[in-house]
Design a protein around this ligand. Structure first.
Ligand code: ADP
Ligand code: MG
Length: 263
């Protein structure tokens, strides 16, 4: 079944395009992309993930074999292949993916010489975006101007670990720059605390710090650190379907509710 045959939610208003971004690696960007999308799909919201990281973790997170793909987001960015033909269905209800493969690694460099490079991703999403309630861009661990230009807001995952807020100021500065030159409406959709462990004072300290820094922008839902979340990708499934009773799965379901409320 093609993605155009699956209907959007009737109650939703506009499509929200959200970049999941933090230039630090390993903070839970891809895990959040995959599981939040799956949770929104379960709650009737038609969702697209644009895998924008050459590592392709949100592609493989749905059990899509990267080796078998002959096209990825790279072909849309540089070879003018329409995004329409790149959208893949997943094993999750109402969830679709534009995959990434290692080919994407050279794209930023090649884009430097391409025309209208900062708006490349934005332009290619335009013809398909109305089909979806939510579009998430799973960013690589860098400050991706293309993603910040294509998105109407950002979701910033922050790992409950030492130096949690390190680099966040830099991210906010980049957002300001993009806002003034390329994307006036760019906003912070929310800040998500990941890999939370209620038993450690460090985790609780990070929560306090993030809440006082971001106020209402911080999501109430905290994503706990669980083994099921980390092992689900090796089964090619989000934890939402792999272990729906796991407290990590429940947290992502709650996060989806908060995300819908803010839409
Ligand atoms: P990023 O995309 O920011 O680099 P990932 O989502 O790939 O980060 O997460 C980094 C690692 O941490 C992965 O191995 C992932 O399975 C694991 N991980 C992420 N969130 C959790 C969690 N809540 N509990 C346990 N492990 C997690
Ligand atoms: Mg990632």
């Amino acid at each position: 079944m093609g993605f155009r045959d699956v209907k959007r939610s009737k109650s939703a208003k506009d499509t929200r395009i959200i970049a999941i971004i933090n230039q630090k690696g390993g903070v839970g960007k891809s895990t959040t992309a995959v599981n939040l999308a799956a949770a929104l799909g379960e709650q009737g919201r038609k969702t697209l993930i644009v895998d924008f990281d050459p590592q392709g973790n949100s592609t493989s997170g749905f059990g899509i074999e990267k080796e078998d793909l002959d096209q990825c987001i790279y072909d849309a960015l540089l070879n003018d292949v329409p995004a329409e033909s790149l959208v893949l269905d997943t094993n999750c209800k109402k969830v679709f993916v534009i995959p990434a493969t290692i080919q994407l690694a050279g794209a930023e460099i090649e884009l430097v010489s391409a025309i209208a490079r900062e708006t490349r991703l934005k332009d290619l999403l335009e013809p398909i975006q109305d089909e979806f309630d939510f579009i998430f861009i799973d960013c690589p661990p860098s400050l991706t101007i293309n993603a910040l230009t294509a998105a109407d807001s950002v979701l910033i995952p922050i790992q409950c670990e030492y130096y949690a807020l390190e680099g966040v100021t830099k991210l906010l500065e980049s957002m300001k720059m993009v806002k003034s030159r390329l994307n006036k409406g760019l906003d912070t959709y929310g800040v998500l605390m990941t890999m939370y462990d209620s038993r450690t004072s460090l985790s609780n300290q990070v929560v306090e710090e993030v809440q006082s820094y971001f106020g209402d922008k911080a999501f109430k839902t905290l994503i706990p650190r669980t083994v099921k979340i980390s092992e689900a990708p090796s089964f090619g499934e989000p934890v939402i379907t792999y272990a729906p009773q796991n407290k990590g799965a429940k947290a992502y379901m709650n996060l989806a509710k908060e995300v819908i409320k803010r839409a």
